[in-house]
Design a protein around this ligand. Structure first.
Ligand code: PRT
Ligand code: ZN
Length: 286
């Protein structure tokens, strides 16, 4: 019986660094370098397999890998027996339709009867069906953005991040087909002991993600403001309050969500808080 959870990650490319960082932050340690085919953690029952991202859904379906990290765009395009376990928040991008800048595009009906070059034929087909558009799909595996320029297609459907690739190829983005980010996917029928390892991994990734979205915050405040400040930053249960040697003042410690941090800072200052320190949290378990 293989007692290791086998997790496939991209061998090289945009997903690799963040995937490895996620395992590292979750406390997993790998001895062998990433140049090999696989790497076994020496402090957790998990083995990494380094593969091309496009192959990962098939390997998961075939149980060669139990789980994997891939772009949602690839996962959905491949239509394999994979279940999304959690979104990972990196490699954010969108799959978009683009046409030559000079075209007068006003709605999806422009696409009717046109030829669309893409590496994502299934996703494009689904989009066209939903919009009730009949168009040709020309599948190509790379450099999709040059297709209109060389007369291969009228439009393209490709991954866009900053939009600069489209711009430098004389194209404009006209429709978003899907938003994507890296996801952890798994075979839906894992054996019990592998499910348990996956659960432990998910628990750790959650703790890391939660920590990244929160900051530890310390400040000095007049005692009469403690109640008001607590209502703004209640922390995980309630803030820690410690008296300062200066009479009438306390040190207040709490946790604040990164996203509304700046909004709250001004409020805290208006309540008389001083010497505010904000510190990153490494792991957070509620
Ligand atoms: O070799 P392998 O097959 O494993 O890798 P790959 O070349 O197929 O994939 P890779 O590493 O390029 O991308 C892996 C995943 O990263 C994709 O499936 C997406 O989920 C995600 N991702 C995020 C991106 C981008 N951002 C991105 N910008 N994938 C590709 N691009 C490309 C895009 O294809 C286009 O050529 O970047 C260009 C557009 O970028 P902008 O910034 O100019 O708009
Ligand atoms: Zn690929």
């Amino acid at each position: 019986m293989n007692t290791l959870l086998r997790v496939a990650i991209q061998k090289s490319g945009r997903l690799q660094e963040d995937s490895l960082r996620l395992f590292k932050e979750s406390g997993l340690h790998f001895n062998n370098g990433k140049d090999q085919l696989k790497a076994q953690a020496d402090n957790f029952p998990l083995e990494l397999l380094f593969l091309r991202d496009d192959d990962i859904p098939q390997y998961i379906e075939d149980s060669v890998a139990d789980a994997g990290i891939i772009g949602e765009n690839v996962l959905i395009e491949k239509q394999k027996k994979n279940k999304i376990i959690m979104r990972l928040g990196f490699a954010r991008c969108r799959l978009s339709m683009a046409v030559p800048r000079t075209e007068n595009y006003t709605s999806t009906s422009w696409l009717h009867g046109k030829n669309i070059a893409t590496s994502y034929p299934n996703l494009v087909k689904a989009f066209l069906n939903e919009k009730k558009i009949s168009a040709g799909i020309h599948e190509i595996s790379g450099s999709v953005e040059i297709a209109p320029g060389i007369g291969l297609a009228d439009a393209i459907c490709d991954i866009v991040s900053s939009g600069s690739t489209l711009m430098s190829n004389g194209l404009k983005e006209v429709e978003t087909v899907m938003q994507s980010e890296a996801v952890l996917a798994a075979n839906p029928e894992l054996e019990e002991h592998k499910k348990n390892i996956l659960s432990e991994l998910i628990f750790r990734i959650n703790a890391v993600q939660k920590a990244q979205n929160n900051k530890y915050i310390l400040m000095n405040c007049p005692n009469e403001s403690i109640e008001k400040i607590t209502s703004v930053i209640p922390g995980m249960k309630s803030p820690t309050i410690m008296p300062l040697t200066k009479p009438g003042w306390s040190s207040l410690h709490s946790v604040v969500d990164e996203n509304d941090f700046w909004k709250k800072i001004n409020l805290l200052k208006s309540f008389g808080a001083e010497g505010i320190l904000v510190i990153p949290i490494e792991k957070m378990i509620a």
